[in-house]
Design a protein around this ligand. Structure first.
Ligand code: PAN
Ligand code: ZN
Length: 188
């Protein structure tokens, strides 16, 4: 990795060459949304983009840091806001999220079923200790963009989240986002 100094904005950081660009469409999110009928109906109409993730993964020795920029498109599947798949770090390694644009929520869970939710607004920082599964949700009407920074050699565990979900769902209420318990959740 070479040194760099850039404004902490989506426009600034997106100038960096990403080593990987991952685009998750509705069809990549099968089984993630609570309302299976709403999911099927939307997918039948269009396989829309849900989020893009530009990643610069540090693959050298143990000294470097990896980072990524995630952009979640606004919208809902049924009443559930667009979100990332979410994962645990299966190996030791904490993570920092810095919000650049839009309005989001960070959902956290432990494997024992403890849940926490934090607001993500521009200029805000969230710290995710190892052991806390994490998912981000766009609860606004604009694209939601944040930076993530994590140490090298992290093993990402998507399977537990895919199987058990998160304890909390983030739903569109009459006057903004509301949190509801996830009826299909089981502690992993
Ligand atoms: C983030 C996420 C990114 C995409 O950089 O990888 O927001 O979300 P999913 O990986 O859950 O699809 C991160 O937490 N990295 O460790
Ligand atoms: Zn992570």
């Amino acid at each position: 990795m070479l040194p760099f100094g850039l404004p902490l904005t989506a426009e600034g950081l997106l100038q960096l060459p990403a080593t990987k660009t991952i685009r998750r469409h509705l069809s990549d999110m099968r089984g993630y949304y609570a309302d299976a009928d709403a999911y099927a109906a939307r997918l039948a109409a269009e396989d829309s983009l849900i989020y893009t993730f530009w990643e610069t993964e540090y693959t050298g020795d143990t000294r470097g840091l990896s980072f990524g920029i995630t952009e979640i498109v606004p919208g809902t599947v049924g009443r559930e806001f667009h979100m990332t798949k979410g994962h645990f770090h299966a190996s030791d390694g904490d993570e920092i999220y810095l919000t650049l644009k839009g309005r989001g929520k960070l959902l956290l869970q432990t494997r024992q079923g403890e849940a926490r939710t934090y607001d993500m607004t521009p200029g805000g920082i969230c710290y995710i200790p190892t052991g806390w599964g994490h998912r981000t949700v766009n609860v606004g009407a604009e694209p939601f963009i944040f930076v993530s920074i994590w140490p090298p050699h992290i093993v990402h565990d998507y399977e537990s989240v895919q199987k058990y979900g998160f304890p909390q769902l983030m739903l569109q209420g009459d006057s903004g986002p509301v949190e509801a318990p996830n009826p299909r959740y089981q502690a992993g």
